[in-house]
Design a binder for this molecule. Structure first.
Ligand SMILES: Nc1nc2c(ncn2[C@@H]2O[C@H](COP(=O)(O)OP(=O)(O)OP(=O)(O)O)[C@@H](O)[C@H]2O)c(=O)[nH]1
Length: 197
């Protein structure tokens, strides 16, 4: 789906519900500034949940390359935005992925695409972390994979406890990353400054 041009079934219904929501919030959806808002919000929400219609496993399977390289591959600082399933408010931050190939590598952009697919759903950070890890493990069948997610949750910033700087870190791993030494290697590389780039 091209998010800018193609939208899923139910778009008009969604817009009509957002019109009712505006009324329930005390607004006048017929005032000029709000005339197009229900449809804009409907489109935005379809884009932010487009991951439900995308197959992350297929994305990786379509770009598998046989290679002898069997050291750690790290893709770090992958930006993401998601919506928490409790308040439907954004949580956002960075995903870091490491895997150790076992005969097959995947296109680097595909790792970021997998992050996009799982983050464009209603989520909790923990489940998103696990889904990214499982998807890479199940498709590439590497010697191990580890995923670290660092995020700020707007439901903790804009409302509720109102903590602006709290950062939540989650991680999940498999295979070789069960060994503390392997996790340590990843974490050390994660925190290296990348000044040489
Ligand atoms: N573990 C986890 N919790 C999350 C995530 N996103 C939001 N939450 C939390 O979900 C919880 C929902 O708790 P409830 O008590 O049902 O909701 P609430 O009354 O709005 O809670 P407050 O945010 O404390 O005002 C809150 O503590 C949120 O901080 C997430 O990705 N992972």
């Amino acid at each position: 789906m091209n998010p800018e041009t193609e939208f899923r079934e139910g778009l008009d219904d969604l817009a009509s519900h957002y019109k009712s929501i505006l009324e329930l919030l005390g607004e006048d959806p017929s005032r000029e500034g709000l005339l197009k808002t229900p449809m804009r919000v409907a489109k935005a929400m379809q884009i932010l949940t487009r991951g439900y219609t995308q197959d992350a496993h297929k994305v990786l399977l379509d770009a598998l390359f046989e290679e002898k390289y069997n050291q750690m591959v790290i893709v770090k600082d992958i930006d993401f935005f998601s919506l928490c399933e409790h308040h439907m408010l954004p949580f956002y931050g960075k995903v870091h992925v490491a895997y150790i190939p076992n005969g097959y590598i995947t296109g680097l952009s595909k790792i970021a695409r997998v992050v996009d697919i799982f983050s464009h759903r209603l989520q909790v950070q923990e489940r998103m972390t696990l889904q990214i890890k499982d998807c890479i493990q199940e498709t590439l069948k590497p010697l191990g994979v580890m995923v670290v997610v660092e995020a700020k949750h707007m439901c903790m910033q804009m409302r509720g406890v109102e903590k602006q700087n709290a950062i939540t870190t989650t991680s999940d791993f498999s295979g070789a990353f069960n060994q503390a030494k392997t996790r340590e290697e990843f974490m050390n590389l994660l925190h290296s400054e990348g000044k040489h780039i």
